[in-house]
Design a protein around this ligand. Structure first.
Ligand code: GLU
Length: 361
């Protein structure tokens, strides 16, 4: 009995010594494969339907990150993959607090020497907004890739597993570094600033109209053909260090017969900024231009964007922006203009500075 105890003690002590002298750090194991962390936030990629043919009326944000990873064993061949559940939501419920939480976690992980790339699973509805937010506030050149799916995990031909595999391939590839935050679905790589969801239900919904995608994934290979020129990630003047709360920015949609009611209501609610999704070249009607001018007089920053979806919103074209002290959104669509205005307002209220920011980012 005594000698058994001694033997057991020696085995334990020997094992402990082996662990202690092991040169490998315990947290982020360095292997020949890159280390990729998957941050899960919910969406259809984590959705479940009642049957394999349920592609409408399923529940988003149900499957935990560990199950998403286990469903694609091939991931471990390209990278040392681990997951974290940051939140579990449908992305129409993403809040400013949620953006801050995610942004901080991405920055913490990107600063770790043992992390080579980060993948974020996200609902597709607002994926472009979160991607652009991270594109502005992540302080790292390491690859950060957003991915989602259009069919729930339980569907026939679910697109989530292949999209996740592609996203990990991209995040693990050194060629993806310093290209800003990337969006990766259906074998295509798009830039966070320019990509948008273009179709309510098609699998190939994420497009960068006119400006074009950055690259493809084909046969397990990542191929880039261009890189974004607007400032991003480690190149930006923004960070989250002293940001407790993001400013409130609302969007008002322009149309024939538009009234000033929504603008006045947002002004009365004391929002920090209003993005006007104007018709054509970001044009307000006479009524809404007067309402926006009144809002500006009250200190609310006004950005003119366009509901058109493509092209530059020209300063001082049909609206005298200098006189009104408005800012124009460059090529950013209204939802991206809102993200940039929120982030920019954490640094400055000066409209000349804000206009410079809108032309650089
Ligand atoms: N509306 C949900 C979301 O954005 C599901 C849509 C999707 O992920 O494709 O999270």
């Amino acid at each position: 009995m005594g000698s058994m105890k001694v033997l057991a003690f020696r085995l334990c002590a020997g094992f402990l010594a082996l662990v202690l002298i092991s040169p490998r750090p315990l947290r982020a194991e360095k292997t020949d494969r890159p280390n990729v962390v998957i941050l899960a936030t919910g969406g259809t990629i984590a959705g479940t339907g009642a049957t394999s043919t349920t592609t409408v009326g399923y529940q988003a944000a149900k499957v935990p990150v560990e199950a998403l990873i286990q469903a694609v064993p091939e991931l471990q061949k390209v990278a040392q993959v681990r997951g974290e559940q940051v939140m579990q939501i449908a992305s129409q419920n993403m809040t400013n607090e949620g953006l801050l939480k995610l942004g901080r976690r991405v920055n913490e992980l990107a600063a770790e020497a043992g992390v080579d790339g980060i993948v974020i699973t996200h609902g597709t509805d607002t994926l472009e907004e979160t991607a652009y937010f991270l594109n502005l506030v992540v302080k790292s050149a390491k690859p950060v890739v957003l991915v989602g799916s259009m069919r729930p995990s339980t569907a026939i031909s679910a697109d989530g597993p292949a999209n996740l595999y592609d996203a990990v391939l991209v995040a693990a590839n050194p060629a993806s570094a310093d290209k800003g935050v990337l969006v990766c679905l259906e074998d295509e790589i798009n830039a966070a600033r320019d990509v948008t969801k273009t179709n309510t239900s098609s699998l190939e919904t994420f497009k960068t109209p006119e400006l074009g995608l950055l690259g493809y994934i084909r046969g397990g290979q990542v191929a880039f053909y261009r890189t974004p020129l607007q400032l991003h990630t480690s190149q930006t003047e923004f960070d989250l260090v002293n940001v407790q709360k993001l400013p409130e920015v609302a969007i008002v949609y322009g149309h024939e017969g538009v009234s000033r009611t929504a603008i006045d209501a947002f002004a009365a609610a004391k929002v920090d900024g209003i993005v006007y999704a104007g018709v054509g070249d970001g044009n307000p009607s006479e009524a809404t231009e007067a309402a926006l001018a009144d809002a500006r007089q009250k200190g609310i920053v006004v950005v003119r964007s366009a509901r058109v979806g493509n092209g530059i919103v020209a300063r001082n074209a049909e609206v005298n922006d200098d006189q009104r002290d408005f800012v124009v959104s460059d090529t950013l669509n209204p939802q991206k203009a809102r993200i940039l205005l929120m982030v920019a307002l954490t640094k400055t209220q000066d409209t000349k500075e804000l206009q410079r920011i809108f032309s650089e980012y």
